[in-house]
Design a protein around this ligand. Sequence first.
Ligand code: ADP
Length: 353
Amino acid sequence: MDETLAKSALSSEYILDSLEDGIIFCNQHGIITYANDAAGQMTGLSQSNMLGRPITDILPRLPLLASANNDANTSQFELNGRFLRGRATTTYDHNNQAQGILTTLHDITPEHESEQAKDHFLKTVSHELRTPLTAIKGYVELLASGAGGTLNDNQKEFTYAIQRNVNRIVQLINSLIFASSIKSGRLEYSAGYTNLPQLIRQISRELQPKAAEDGQKITVKLDDKLQPLQMDPIHMATILEELITNSIKFNRPGGRVQVTAVSQTGNGNQQTFAIVTVSDEGIGIAPNNQEHIFEEFYRADSQHDTHIRAGGMGMGLSIVKALVEAYNGRIWFKSAPNQGSAFTFIIPNQPRP
Ligand code: ADP
């Protein structure tokens, strides 16, 4: 019997070493106790060199998030010239006591390269379109102001329609350029801190009249322990505005939008995190649309009139995700059709990237 068990232990190690994905296990103090062959190749260290070392030495971003004990435990990062998607999961024994963190690493270099080619294409097209569009916008404004001669009512209506649509395209192009600057690490950060409670209250107050048009109410729940975040307040405001505006857009009439912010400390280290959730009681997101929701231009198909009424270009959430990740944070959501959605993001309180 013992011999059989020993053989099966040997074969499971053999199986783990044959995997293309890297596997690293560390105890609850973050010390590596196991790494398979692929993890060695990905980190550029021999297995014996990894054992006994803190995982933070090798993968600085991943355990930080795993230790915050949240659902958003995946992260993408560059290591030794390859792009990896890491996933960290806390493991528990049969008494439900945390045992440690299991980390898997998957090489996503090809996907990353095609994503970069797409971003480059979008950036080039956006820049090329901006100049002629600025000219069109300027001339339509001149026409509408009567500078080219007095317009009759029909002509005025036509120029307003052109103006509205040109403005939409300009907005879209600005969003594309902003998204590409975040992704390529060219985001500009102003010095300063975000006072999260104050910002949440302010934005909720500003958006309340919009919510009230449909009988909705925005409620806010804040943790006293929240500390000033080392984050450009404009970036945090963009994230909050997008999420709260979406919640209002896709809510049911008379529904509630709730914004909650709590402070959390990671296990085993002194890292603090701000965790913010924006939830609504609206149309929700169908399971087959959920995996695409953060993609650029993605808008879920829906028969529901709320969605038709909602407008939008499908850029908001991709910008929100890129901004959250620029601060080493994560975003995820829970949603079910007609039962509302809850978007949550976590930002570590650490020096600006
Ligand atoms: P936009 O709102 O401009 O369409 P976003 O990127 O902000 O673009 O959102 C993408 C899509 O995700 C939306 O079109 C909608 O289908 C879905 N979505 C976003 N937020 C919510 C929400 N709170 N409830 C339901 N669906 C949502």
